[in-house]
Structures are given as C-alpha cells and as structure tokens.
Design a protein around this ligand. Sequence first.
Ligand code: CA
Length: 357
Amino acid sequence: MTKIMKVTTALCLSVLLSAPAFAEAKKVKWKLAMTWPSTLTPFASPSLKVAKLVEEMSGGNFTIKVHGKEKHKAALAILDMVKNKQYEMGHSSAYYYKGKSISTAILTTVPFGMTSTEQYSWYYYGGGEAVTKKVFDKFKVNCYPGGNTGVQMGGWFKKEINTLADLKGLKMRIPGMAGEVFSKLGVNVTNIPAGELYTSLDRGTIDALEWVGPGMDIKMGFHKVAPYYYTGWHEPATELHFFVNQKAFKKLPAEYQTILTVAMKAVSADMMYENFDMSQAAWAKMQKDFPNIKVKTFSKSILDAMKKATDETMESYAKKDALFNEVYTSRKDYLKKARDWTEISEFDYVKTSQMVE
Ligand code: CA
C-alpha cells in the first residue's frame, strides 16, 4: 500500500467512525404531563400523537412517555413540574397560570378576541412567538401552540336571557377572563369540578354553565337539562400549549429539536381539525335527538355591556403589568388588521354562499 493510499484509508476510517450512524443515535427518554385525563379527546390527542410522531421520526431513539392527570394528580401544576424538570414536557393551557403571571391569561384566548386562524397567524407571523417567549422565559420554559378548540359556545342556560337584568344573580360556572366579565355584570360566578357539573345544572344548584362546544359538551349531557345554547363571545380560539423545559430542549441533538418542533406544530393543527369534526357530528346528533334545543345569541345590549367590561378588565391589567400590556397591544394591533381581511374573505364567503341556498 502506498503512503497516499494509507493516509486516505485512515481518513476514511476516521470519518466513518466519527459520523453518527443512525443506529448509534443518541437515546433520549422524556416524560410529558398533561392537564387532562388520558381519555379526554381531543385534548389528550396532541400529546399522544406528538409522542408517536417523535418516536417514529427518530427511528425509535427519542421517546416521550405521556402521563395524564390520573397519573400525576396535579392538573394545574404542569408549568411548575416542567420548570422543575420533574417532567421535560407538559401539555396544558397558558391561562391556567395567570396566578403566576397575569400575561399568561391572554395567550390562550380573550373575549371578543381573534379567531383561531387569526391567532395562529399572529403567533407564527405577527409577533406572537416573540412575546410568548418573553412571558415564559422567566419560568425557563418554552411555550408552543398545542391545539385549538376554535370558537367555544357561550354555554347552556336553563332559562332564556333577554336583558341585563336576567343576568343579575344568575349562578353560572364560567372560568377565566369571561368569569371576571360576567361577575361585573352581576352574575354569581362559581367554580365546580367537572364531575359535578351535570348534577349541579340538573338540580338547579347552578342556572347555567359553559364548557367547550358540541364535540365535548355532548358527553357531559348538559343539553338534556338546559335547552338554551348560547353562541360564543368569550373563548373564540382557546389555545392549548406545550411547555418544554429550556435546559432539556438545549441538551437535545439538533435533529431531535427539529423533530419535536415540527411534530408539535403538526399535532397542534391536527387537534383543531379533530375538534371541528367532533363538533359537527355531535351538533347533528344533538339536533336530531333533542329538537327542543334553542340556539340563541345574546342581545346587542348584553353584548355591548360584555365588551365594555372586557375592555375595562384588559385596560386595568395593562396599566398594572408592562408585559401584559405588551402582549395585549400586540394582539389588539394584529386583530384590527386581521379582522379587516377576515371580514371580506371567510366571513363574506359564508354570507355569500347563504344567499344561494
Ligand atoms: Ca370553556
């Protein structure tokens, strides 16, 4: 063997030995904690699907074990568990953590806010990703979109609501910003565990409640005891979120970071389609089985009062908290531009197609 051949062979060998062959890829085992029970579709779907995709795309080398609420029993402590690295990942929703930072409250959805298309466009192209990062950096956690319910219904009411006076003293389960708004309008807002909601509504412990939309409401059975189904105003695009511990993410090989990021984006969009499909099927079944259900929209005077109370609530938080103000302003500015386009495109198209029905 000549000297040049020897050197070339040695070089080739060293390249072969140093190149990470796929079979020798780094093994990574992660755990993910969800706010929801493992059986709650479609909310549990993004985590289960992300684990499957990541495992397949990494040739079985990067695995994520998913724990539902039934396992860790800490549904609303997901952010802490990811921050402390008890779990590398979590699946929850930003607004459950408003006690830690009020800015998280407006990353999920807000009354009279953006639709899911508008909100995803804001997140990926309109500055949403950067402000979300600012909010979650202080927890040393990355926060990514993790599925969307689309427009949620305004809830099930036992009696028709015609005037603002009908809201006074009404006992209703309605959490989050919308609960704050309804409180201002005189509603007696209560918080009742999910498992007791049906009985509370049936027995009149509460007069009304909101949940999600037909796809998830149908299993709860509310339509059997409260016939007035109000259209949405308060959660127009409820976003679920993936949380990822920043240190754990940094430690991942670059290709696993890409695999995880792409998988999260794919399953996030997928949950929106799954929920839409569940809702159209459930709504058709509800109407057939319970023809007495009446779909209602709140009157203009009630909606005006809700909007005023929403704006006041937002402005007061924006005055108190600079980061809240930054997210609020970013969303408000984007919504204005986005809505001008939504109105002459999707919204007008639906109206136009109704003209020829
Ligand atoms: Ca809801």
